[in-house]
Write a protein that binds this ligand. Structure first.
Ligand code: AMP
Length: 428
């Protein structure tokens, strides 16, 4: 049957079974945040379009093709957050966080929106969690960022994590490298895929990122940024590697990792699970240093470093990419100390009130208010391993009484309705 209304392509309903993973991930993030002293931040989902055009960058895939942008009746151009970092930098400026002790540490978890072609690991609404350090240049911060994400993923049970690492230089050395790369690529233009021929004009670094087989041989022979770093970038990268060695955190120097966003400077990294399933999903987390972003948005020079991870990708791998569906409440009622059964309209009304009294008295109670047959309710009580069943039949409802049945022995006793909570509390 084709339904008139369904979720929009690339967007999903999330049910309890999947949300349990969200809760687990959030808890791990919160523990990590408490340990390192990160404050949680929640920014609005809608921001000015210009924030991302400026921050994420006009020539990036996100801004060129993937943003959900709208114009309000008042004429404002707004965009659904495609990533958090520009919003974090905006909040840092707007609330004067530069006055806080350095580094300013913020973390977040929430939805992002990108109009990408839906496929394994790519949704149009997905969730990211992220950790951002602002205000400190030290490469130790880069190492800590990597470690935080590595540890969260390890804590979730990933065992084959690989950290891909690169430095993409800064405003001083990257323009020269871009020129060198450009010359090299131009002379091999005919061996590049159609997309890369366009990239070559806009941002030759992005060619290094291309996944097309056709471009592989050209990429292999390409000059590497790491050999063209200025002294400042070199002096930042070397100690970062030493910190990671010290932390016993193994990494893979990947000269093709550029991360495609304009604001990155120096360190970029991604973490992926090195299994066939992991490869199908793509990177679990990615980030790096963005020393120029705050200034680009109108603030002072502010070094910064951070990363984000995709919650759904993580869950897909943890669950083997199973499609989630609502759990059947009948299959998963959990357990209860007491079960409340009722037969007839008057009993149902009184049961509703009693249920509330039991909740207030903190009795773990199960119910079958949606069921009419006593037999079905008793089966449910059995499933929930209730010690006692309270049975409110038509006669009991009229007499303001209730039956307490002990499930194990089968013994029953009538008590006044007004005394039942007290009686049950005594027995439990
Ligand atoms: P990015 O900044 O694009 O590298 O995103 C960081 C992380 O967010 C990625 O490593 C993914 O885990 C996740 N992510 C990015 N785009 C999507 C998407 N379209 N669908 C699901 N997860 C995504």
């Amino acid at each position: 049957m084709s339904l008139k209304f369904q979720t929009v392509t690339g967007m999903k309903d999330l049910f309890e079974t999947e949300l349990a993973y969200f809760a687990k991930i959030e808890k791990l993030c919160q523990n990590m945040a408490d340990f390192y002293g990160f404050q949680k931040i929640q920014t609005p989902i809608l921001e000015q379009t210009e924030l991302f055009e400026k921050g994420t960058g006009l020539t990036t895939d996100i801004v060129e093709k993937e943003m959900y942008s709208l114009r309000t009746k008042g004429g404002d151009g707004l965009t659904l957050r495609p990533e958090w970092t520009p919003a974090i930098a905006r909040a840092y400026l707007q609330h004067g966080l530069s006055a806080w002790p350095k580094p300013v540490k913020l973390w977040y978890l929430g939805p992002c929106f990108r109009h990408e072609r839906p496929q394994a690991g790519r949704l149009r609404q997905f969730h990211q969690f992220g950790f951002e350090f602002l205000g400190v240049q030290d490469p130790m911060i880069d190492a800590l960022t990597i470690q935080i994400f590595y540890n969260i993923l390890k804590g979730l049970g990933f065992r084959n994590l690989v950290v891909d690492l690169n430095s993409i230089g800064c405003g001083a050395c990257r323009p020269y490298f871009k020129k060198t790369l450009n010359n090299y690529l131009k002379s091999r233009q005919s061996s590049l895929c159609a997309d890369c021929r366009v990239r070559l004009k806009k941002n030759p670094l992005r060619v290094l990122d291309c996944k097309e087989e056709k471009c592989e041989p050209v990429k292999k022979g390409a000059p590497q940024m790491i050999d063209h770093l200025c002294k400042d970038c070199h002096d930042h990268f070397k100690p970062l590697l030493e910190y990671l060695d010290e932390l016993n955190l193994s990494y893979n120097l990947n000269p093709y990792l550029v991360r495609g966003l304009d604001y990155y400077t120096k360190t970029v990294f991604e973490i992926r699970e090195d299994t066939p399933e992991g490869a199908a999903q793509g990177a679990l987390a990615g980030g790096g240093r963005y020393d120029g972003l705050v200034k680009m948005l109108g603030g002072k020079d502010t070094p910064a470093c951070g990363a984000a991870a995709g919650v759904e990708r993580i869950i897909n791998l943890l669950k083997g990419d199973k499609t989630f569906s609502p759990k059947n409440p009948e299959d998963n009622e959990g357990t209860a100390e007491v079960f409340l059964a009722q037969v007839g309209d008057l009993a149902k009304r009184k049961a509703l009130k009693l249920l509330e009294e039991l909740r207030v008295a903190k009795v773990k109670v199960g119910e079958g208010l949606h069921k009419d047959s006593l037999g079905n309710q008793m089966r449910l009580a059995d499933k929930m391993q209730a010690k006692y069943v309270l049975i409110l039949g038509q006669k009991e409802a009229l007499d303001d009484e209730i039956i307490i049945r002990e499930m194990k022995s089968g013994s029953q006793k009538n008590v006044p309705l007004s005394k039942v909570v007290q009686e049950i509390k005594k027995r439990l």
